[in-house]
Write a protein of this length. Structure first.
Length: 395
């Protein structure tokens, strides 16, 4: 992403400098890990710089939170102990009993589990909707709808939803219902380097920083960024009240990871495109699902809405047996949950990331026993292709 105008620093500059003032005592260029639970007060009722207790405020976390807000173009950023902690705190803050929430039908399995198995018990009603179909979203709104939770690209079928279109739907619905219907976007797959939901009209962005933002598969974390400072204050209140904060060390790791986000994302994108094109030519691969391929139903929209397609793709091998054979043979691609690390990660959605989705629901979502998902890393392309070629020989 390039500079927007002369007064706005470019995205890569923000990644390195936003929220990253040199530390005032020593001038340390990287924000130190403030590994403390509390802070000595200057005098009775006089905390230094508003620092009283580390659940409420920590300088290492604050630096990351300011960085996240800058990258997404939001008013506020808050960092959490995991992506699911971020989503939980978001829901505790912005919906209440009696509200209705619409959710992308192919959202991450853990999000589906949180909504359907836990939050539904607290009087919030959830309905799945195909967010690639604006008419279907409009038709699913009720007078009680207060949130549309969309994931795009959606995991693992890489469905692309029109964010500006969805923002139009929630804006119209808010005016008609007479209450705010927020558009929340899980931007984990694209990252703000490739997609800026708030600029397209969304109200809130959530992330699993575990994935591309940290990028090195060595931290679990999450984030919420709000366009509106009042929403942000509610998230901050609930972050402190519920306490699912990101630790100082993890905050340091994510901040460090983000410094190289643009170069990593370009490398993931280049390898991701090349692997998808190669997979599409393999006779044993029945179908490749990658938004950068012309035949992907969301290709034109992805090309318009995102500035890159990234490193995530899924492919169909036709049977559980074929998927097992491939997954037992890979060496460079690590057979593991998660995604977005510098190393290539390969997984079986039906038994791993989406095991918490009921079998009939999985089939409805297209998550078949033969589906394999791959998060293409930034190793040498030739090594990734040789690894997949060797594994396909075993199929
Ligand atoms: C798109 C997406 N959102 C949210 C999450 C949850 O994040 P975490 O595992 O950090 O709790 C994941 C995890 O895989 C994910 O893929």
């Amino acid at each position: 992403m390039t500079k927007e105008d002369d007064s706005t620093p470019g995205f890569s500059t923000l990644c390195i400098h936003a929220g990253q003032e040199p530390e005032p005592v020593t001038g340390a260029v990287s924000v130190p890990i403030f590994q403390t639970s509390t802070y000595v007060q200057e005098a009775f009722g006089k905390p230094r710089g508003g620092y009283e207790y580390a659940r409420t405020k920590n300088p290492t976390r604050l630096a990351l939170e300011e960085l996240l807000a800058a990258l997404e173009g939001g008013a506020t950023g808050h960092a959490f102990a995991s992506g699911m902690a971020a989503t939980t705190t978001l829901m505790l803050s912005l919906v209440k009993a009696g509200d209705h929430v619409l959710v992308s039908r192919n959202t991450y399995g853990g999000t589906y589990r949180l909504f359907s198995k836990i939050l539904a018990n607290f009087g919030v009603a959830f309905d799945d909707v195909d967010t690639t179909d604006l008419a279907a979203v409009r038709a699913s709104l009720t007078p009680a709808t207060r949130m549309l939770f969309a994931e795009t690209p959606a995991n693992p079928m890489m469905e692309i939803s029109d964010l500006a279109g969805l923002a139009g739907v929630t804006r119209d619905a808010s005016a008609r219902i007479g209450a705010k219907v927020r558009l929340v976007v899980d931007n984990t797959f694209a990252t703000p380097y490739f997609q800026r939901p708030l600029a397209l009209g969304a109200d809130v962005v959530v992330h699993s920083t575990t994935k591309y933002l940290n990028g090195h598969s060595d931290s679990v974390g999450g984030a919420v960024v709000c366009a509106d400072a009042e929403d942000g204050a509610k998230i901050g209140f609930a972050q402190n009240a519920a306490g699912a904060i990101l630790s100082p060390f993890d905050s340091f790791l994510v901040t460090r990871g983000i410094k190289t986000l643009p170069v990593r994302m370009r490398a993931h994108d280049a390898n991701g495109r090349a692997v998808a094109v190669w997979l599409a030519k393999q006779p044993k691969v029945k179908r490749v699902i990658y938004p950068g391929l012309r035949e992907h139903p969301g290709h034109a929209l992805a090309a318009r809405q995102m500035s890159g397609f990234g490193g995530m793709s899924s492919f169909e091998l036709g049977s559980l047996d074929a998927a097992k054979r491939l997954l037992d043979r890979v060496r460079i691609c690590a057979l593991a949950e998660s995604l977005g690390g510098v190393e290539s990660l390969i997984s079986h959605p039906a038994s791993m990331t989406h095991a918490s989705v009921e079998p009939e629901e999985r089939v409805r979502r297209g998550i078949t026993p033969g589906l394999v998902r791959v998060s293409i890393g930034i190793e040498d392309l030739a090594d990734i292709l040789a690894d997949l070629e060797g594994a396909l020989d075993a199929v």
